[in-house]
Design a protein around this ligand. Structure first.
Ligand SMILES: [Ca+2]
Length: 183
């Protein structure tokens, strides 16, 4: 039994490693025609939420029961996040938006562009048509603001592909509702 469990664990580890390789973006070829939207996965880990993973498909809008916020973040607290955009025809763009009052650190890779306006902070990673890969990954940490009265918002994500050799990019959007609790 112990051996079986060990074998299962090894298989899971290997599967996970393979999955990570695929997600990390293997070189691919942009097909002549691509009408398939990318897949988006957002993972948030940290105090009070454990590990939350949201994907599209199946859902482009994630809310809690009855439409309330899916999860509640603590004020002035650091969380880890990972956004992955996967597309066999080449991932062209990954973007994550959050409230401008959030601060972002440990952002990777170095080519992620961070832009803040009066409302939101956006993190964008561009793929390369010259060197297309199957996945774009943005990772980092954010610190929630010390809101006082609380804040409701959505993490807004976008994933684009190249749309094949000459087509329009296929876009996918996923929104995840969350809040920062009052204190
Ligand atoms: Ca595609």
């Amino acid at each position: 039994m112990r051996t079986d469990n060990f074998s299962t664990a090894v298989v899971k580890l290997l599967t996970g490693a393979l999955g990570a390789l695929v997600l990390a973006g293997c070189a691919t070829t942009i097909p002549v025609t691509d009408t398939q939207q990318p897949e988006i996965t957002l993972i948030v880990t940290g105090p009070g939420v454990g590990r939350q993973q949201m994907t599209d498909p199946p859902k482009d809008s994630w809310t809690g029961p009855g439409g309330v916020q899916l999860f509640d973040l603590k004020p002035n607290t650091v969380y880890r996040f990972t956004l992955t955009v996967s597309d066999q025809g080449g991932a062209a763009r990954a973007q994550l938006r959050m409230p401008v009052s959030f601060t972002v650190t440990e952002l990777a890779p170095a080519t992620v562009v961070q832009v803040a306006d009066s409302i939101s902070r956006s993190l964008t990673l561009q793929g390369s048509r010259a060197n297309p890969v199957t996945g774009l990954i943005i990772s980092g940490s954010f610190r929630t603001p010390d809101t006082g009265s609380g804040l409701s918002f959505e993490f807004q994500t976008e994933g684009d592909d190249f749309g094949g050799a000459s087509g329009r990019p296929n876009q996918r959007f996923m929104n995840v509702s969350a809040s920062v609790g009052a204190h």
